[in-house]
Design a protein around this ligand. Sequence first.
Ligand code: XMP
Length: 515
Amino acid sequence: MDVPAKSIIILDFGSQYTQLIARRIRELNVYSLIVRYNTSAEKIKLLDPSGIILSGGPASVYSENAPAIDPEIFNLNIPILGICYGLQLMVHVLGGKVDSSSNREFGHAELIINETSPLLHDLGDKQRVWMSHSDKVLSIPSEFESIAETENTRHAAIADNSKKIFGIQFHPEVAHTPCGMKLLHNFVFSVCGCAANWSMSSFIETTIPDMQSKIKNDKVILGLSGGVDSSVTALLLQKAIGDNLICVFVNNGLLRSGEPEFIEEVFSNRFLLNLHVENASDQFLQKLEGITEPESKRKIIGHEFIEVFNNVAERFKNVVYLAQGTTYPDVIESVSINDNPSAVIKSHHNVGGLPETMNLELIEPLRTLFKDEVREVGRQLGLPGELNWRQPFPGPGLAVRIIGAVDKVGLDVLRKADKIVHDEMVRAEFYYRVWQSFAVLLPVRSVGVMGDERTYENAIALRIVESSDGMTADWARLPHELLSKISNRIINEVHGINRVCYDISSKPPGTIEWE
Ligand code: XMP
């Protein structure tokens, strides 16, 4: 899809909030996209945005590797809003002075609004805002005026009204700044003159004919996993090209209880998709026999998936395209400043990619969308809530939730326990409120008593976490009655388990999955 006219471009200087800024702009029904901080003015001009936002970032403008901006961007005659580091950089480049400081201001501050400006229009005299910075602006470039201050800084917001260039020290994108959306609204509509025309119904309306004219009468193959992204991709493409979309669901034998049947029921029977279910359970289990090392398990599963998928694809003639449920966060090139480690750790999760040797051209209809937007598209296309709002499930499936070697007996035990966790979480209305909730089968055996008998059986760990993106997480503080219900049911109903433990590790240092 082409970039819609009237978009906002965000230059990413490495802030943890950059994607949040982009999402906030889209919540205002305006398209936004993120580009690297060093994108040239020339390139930005070609993209023809209505406004530019300079994100925050962890660097100091004086540090050796400080991310710089092409100064020509300030001469493009396009409105600009600098946030935090974006403000400091703007001041630094345009002739003001930034005070380097090791004292961090973090938390709420009271913003006193001194001057009228389209940016702060209708915000009153005072607002609570969220600060997170060390350096601060000491003096501003001559064409600018200070329009708001806090106790800690005289230049909490600055403006060059004639050139429509603004800077703010606080973060409007976070929920802790209640007036943040109003400020962004002012920038996007009053200053930049954008129209509110980005919506998921307009996305669907334009994507379907786009796909039709690109694909024509060719065939497209898609690996349907039952996750949100591939499910929505399937429904969207089916609307565009009908049965020319061939969906392949690989049952690797590592799926949750009832999953293959559920997928077939929804996509084959309800949506009448051209769906091919490939049962390769035995093949996967054979290859995994005796394998205990987590990364080896992942490699084997990834490799087998490609084998199976390739074999199925070869059965179809005239397949030209491979569709994938790639979304915007997969596409954004993460800016790593100060060696931010989170960007590196995440990379191993982008597995399941198919090899280039398939010689198929890629189709990625969701590549401009954030997850919440994908779900909205899913909702509009009628994807059942159980699929649209389901928790993430790892590609290697239950294999990384059985610690040690994977076999049918272990899988059977884990499936039963996992189903109890799922059902009780749904019943107690906690399933959709946490990030993930699942059981892990531990290879340890411990002693217990059941009735009059001594038992010596395995343990299940419950992993139930809250998170906003899976990068950091904390264990969920669930009601004890719910934990007790889950534990009792597992011990009573799942043969082979006599003990249930609750994992109270946060991430970091623990990961969400145990392997
Ligand atoms: P960790 O365990 O690294 O997981 O804290 C973070 C998120 O990623 C999921 N995850 C995976 N997803 N393939 C996937 O597709 C994988 O190998 C994989 N490992 C972890 C995990 O479920 C959580 O949502």
